[in-house]
Write a protein that binds this ligand. Structure first.
Ligand code: AMO
Length: 438
């Protein structure tokens, strides 16, 4: 009957939690999983078991369950892995309308330590304590929902591009030259040379429109960020696309279609996770409004008279804008001076945009410079040496088509989708100035 019984036959799983519905009433099943919580109320034990597909409630009642099982319940510990064979009963009070009444429980592994936080409810400690034993932390139901949404969102993005004939590419992550400003580079030793971890696939994705026209990439990017904030990490997933024969206005439409596609996919497949995280607010959009940088400055000036044309949008400025635009919106046509060398500029203005959600920047992009001489001028304006970009510039001698694209911070998008205020909650093993392990 219990783990100590050497004659006990091995319990083989017959069902996963998600498949067990009230139709299973009176069925004899075996499930395998880990204990997320054990509660004793009078003469009843309530055990919440999880497997990879979600929760199942187990009930052990004195006088109803076998005496051995009731005695065994006393010895079970949270986090232990168990296999349970028993009878499913319909129950209006149970979370999914069903509960399992065990006839046999086999303990597959037990715990040596009580974790410093409860998996189910209770006060959560500071995130750093949880990140120290992240794999255990990821057993919390809300962490499970975040990671399931994350995987579904990646799948949705991939399907969106593949269905529209974009080629998925994988560009080098070890690079020779900075693209997004040298200060945030991680240097590394590449044999006997200095190299860097990539900050963005920018130059490679631009080059790849020459042979492929439409490309996308989902991959890590690295930035040695100076300040520790709630929305910067040192290693993040950059979702990039680049396309020939379009400009930045076309990209705005592509992003709108992409976000609507993700919204529809998640509402269809993952409603229970959105509900658990109380994160339906972001789904209330059918289109994405757009304001120019000039409009944004006028709006901010109404509250903060100190802002001047040409300033970047500070946290305070974005907080002001978010009062008028709490959901997705674009800020377009930024001043040329603040934009990287590869963005197309016309006088003081650039063909560029940021995608925002309230006070957070999620993505940026624009029309690119596709003329070699113009690109060399832009590099010089930015005090960058064109010789260092020879590997890139030489491709522009061979009919580089006009093109445009964008890069989206995947974890920033996931903060929105999963309703989280700290970017570390949406990554499995986040990296920042103070964390390199686990
Ligand atoms: P940008 O530098 O604006 O543009 O980066 C694109 C998006 O990446 C996200 N991001 C980050 N997310 C988490 N932690 C960080 N440290 C971090 N840094 C950036 C943001 C940001 O909007 N090559 C251009 C894109 C393009 O034009 O195609 C680029 O990298 O969400």
């Amino acid at each position: 009957m219990n783990a100590d019984n050497k004659d006990q036959k091995k319990l083989i799983r017959t069902s996963y939690s998600k498949d067990i519905t009230p139709d299973f009433d009176e069925k004899n099943i075996t499930v395998v999983g880990w204990i997320v919580s054990i509660r004793k109320q009078g003469k009843i034990y309530f055990i919440m078991l999880y497997d990879s597909t979600g929760p199942l409630q187990i009930i052990i009642k004195k006088g109803v369950s076998h005496n051995d099982i009731f005695a065994q319940a006393e010895t079970l510990k949270e986090h232990s892995s168990i296999a349970v064979q028993g009878i499913i009963k319909k129950s209006d009070k149970a979370p999914k309308g069903v509960e399992l009444h065990p006839e046999e429980i086999s303990v597959l592994s037990t715990t040596n330590k009580i974790p410093p936080f409860s998996l189910y409810g209770g006060q959560l400690p500071n995130i750093d304590k949880r990140l120290d034993i992240r794999a255990v932390d990821l057993r919390r139901p809300s962490a499970q929902s975040i990671m399931k949404l994350r995987a579904k969102t990646l799948q949705s993005i991939r399907n969106f591009y593949i269905d529209r004939d974009y080629l998925e590419v994988n560009t080098p992550k070890i690079i020779a030259t900075a693209t997004e400003g040298g200060s945030a580079l991680f240097p590394m030793l590449y044999y006997d040379k200095e190299a860097f971890l990539t900050q963005s696939p920018q130059l490679f994705k631009e080059q790849l429109v020459l042979p492929f026209e439409k490309v996308f990439e989902i991959a890590y990017a690295y930035r040695a960020e100076k300040s520790r904030t709630l929305y910067h990490i040192s290693e993040f997933i950059s979702v990039d696309m680049e396309q020939a024969f379009i400009d930045y206005k076309d990209v705005l439409k592509i992003i709108e279609d992409l976000l609507l596609h993700i919204k529809n996919d998640l509402l269809e497949t993952s409603s229970e996770h959105l509900e658990l995280l109380d994160s339906k607010d972001w789904t209330t959009f059918d289109s994405i409004p757009s304001i120019t940088y000039n409009n944004a400055i006028d709006l901010i000036k109404e509250v903060d008279s100190k802002i001047e044309w040409g300033d970047d949008l500070s946290t305070k400025s974005m907080d002001i804008l978010s009062k008028k635009f709490p959901h997705f919106y674009y800020v377009t046509d930024w001043p040329s001076a603040g934009k990287p060398f590869y963005i197309k500029c016309e006088g003081d203005y650039s063909e560029s945009f940021d995608l925002m959600y309230g006070n957070k920047e999620l993505a940026s992009g624009g029309t690119r410079v596709n003329d070699k001489d113009e690109l060399i001028d832009r590099l010089k304006q930015k005090n960058l040496n064109p010789n260092g970009f020879d590997f890139h510039l030489r491709v522009f001698d061979y009919g580089m088509p006009p093109h445009a694209g964008f890069g989206l911070g995947f974890e920033r998008l996931m903060m929105t989708i999963a309703n989280q205020t700290n970017i570390r909650e949406v990554g499995l093993f986040p990296r920042d100035q103070h964390r390199l392990s686990p």
